[in-house]
Design a protein around this ligand. Structure first.
Ligand code: BGC
Length: 397
């Protein structure tokens, strides 16, 4: 387990970015910085000769006085993710563009206070149940349960204090795969209305293949619904650089779950053919968004069917050349085009987040599954282990 304060490294990395150093120059500076930082950072050599680094620094305290940290994971190519154990939130994700410039591709804040003040799940781990459960009610094994309602009449993203608002235990380290942060949390019986003591572990790993890998596991002592996901708002052109409507999206799905006016699925799985919902061919997010009432906020039924790791979606941003692939074991993916961003939130580097400044691709089971007998089951029972793996992989084209 490796721990150190590395504030210097981050400052130097950002300085390299700002000074306009490109390609090999930027990497040389980064390399030198990393080398110098070894005095205060824990690091190790990889077989390929690269360096992997992990670091930890204080990130403030919650209103209840709980100390929170900010963790850094980096790979040999300079890709870097920062994560806080408050809500398991990814606060920044630096990936190279086609000139080798590192840029932050996720929305978020510079400080804990802004996260505590409330936000629309920027970068968060979402649980116990990602997306909505109608009226916060479901019946399981003949018993009716009532969950916290926090989105009109419905339950959204785990309730009033979902997993995005709890302080997770954190273990930082390096494995053969890369630098990782393992977060664990035990949700108590009755928390937000859910049954059972629910123990969950989520690991973020940054690999040398420029992947951000998120693997989830959970167990319970009473049957409970579960649908864990990750809620980063991406813009591959750079966070706060403008709207993300020029990002070119493909989703490997022939169908999506039709929703009512409160965004609860009706149960119908509708063919995307001939509609603005069809992303089987890569299409700019903005190309047909005006034809979709309210913008995109839909669960796509992945052709893979879930259960095994498969490509779910790709995003290409032509100006930067950045390309992202999303692989998941889940049967669905929520494509949300940041419709509720409205310029009232000021994020990192004082950038104001307007409508559509970021989009989410949340790998998941379908919304409201506990009330939809036709959807794949989301019930976890004692003795079973819930597993979910999602990978966001970055490259350039
Ligand atoms: C949901 C949206 C919601 C957003 C943020 C998304 O996952 O689908 O309806 O507004 O999260 O709150």
């Amino acid at each position: 387990m490796l721990r150190a304060n590395h504030k210097r490294t981050i400052v130097a990395t950002r300085a390299g970015e700002k000074s306009g150093l490109r390609g090999p120059g930027a990497f040389a500076l980064l390399g030198l910085t990393l080398l110098l930082s070894c005095a205060c950072l824990s690091c190790s050599s990889e077989p390929g000769g690269g360096q992997m680094l992990v670091a930890e620094q204080p990130f403030g305290k919650t209103d209840e006085g709980q100390g929170v940290h900010l963790y850094t994971l980096r790979n040999a190519n300079g890709m870097q993710v920062e994560i806080t154990n408050y809500g398991g939130i990814v606060t920044s994700l630096l990936v190279p563009d086609r000139d080798g410039n590192l840029g932050d591709v996720v929305l978020g804040f510079d400080d804990l206070q802004s996260y505590l003040a409330g936000h629309p799940y920027f970068g968060a781990l979402v649980g116990r149940y990602g997306n909505r459960i109608a009226k916060g009610r479901f019946t399981l094994d003949g018993k009716e349960y009532e969950l916290a309602t926090n989105n009109g009449p419905n339950h959204l993203h785990g309730g009033i204090a979902g997993f995005d608002k709890v302080v997770w235990n954190a273990e930082l380290g390096e494995s053969q795969e890369g630098a990782y942060l393992k977060l664990t949390y035990v949700s108590s019986d009755g928390e937000e209305g859910y049954p059972g003591i629910f123990s969950t572990a989520v690991s973020y790993t940054v690999t040398n293949q420029n992947e951000l890998k998120i693997s989830y596991e959970a167990t319970t002592d009473k049957a409970t619904p579960v649908n864990l996901t990750h809620h980063s708002y991406f813009n591959l052109a750079g966070a706060g650089a403008g709207d993300a409507l020029g990002n070119i999206l493909a989703i490997l799905a022939d169908r999506y779950t039709v929703v009512d006016e409160t965004l609860i699925p009706t149960g119908e799985l509708r063919d995307v053919t001939g509609t603005p919902m069809d992303f089987r061919k890569p299409t700019a997010i903005g190309e047909r968004i005006n034809e979709v009432k309210g913008g995109y906020d839909h669960n796509y039924v992945l052709n893979s069917g879930g259960g095994k790791l498969a490509l779910a979606a790709t995003v290409y941003e032509p100006k930067s050349g950045r390309f992202m692939e999303v692989f998941t074991t889940e049967p669905g993916i929520q494509f949300y085009s940041g419709n509720f961003l409205d310029g009232t939130i000021t994020g990192k580097e004082s950038k104001v987040y307007q409508k559509h400044y970021g989009f989410c691709l949340e790998a998941q089971h379908f919304p409201d599954s506990p009330n939809q007998p036709g959807f794949p089951s989301t019930i976890l029972r004692p003795g079973e282990t819930y597993k979910q793996l999602t990978i966001y992989k970055f490259s350039i084209k």
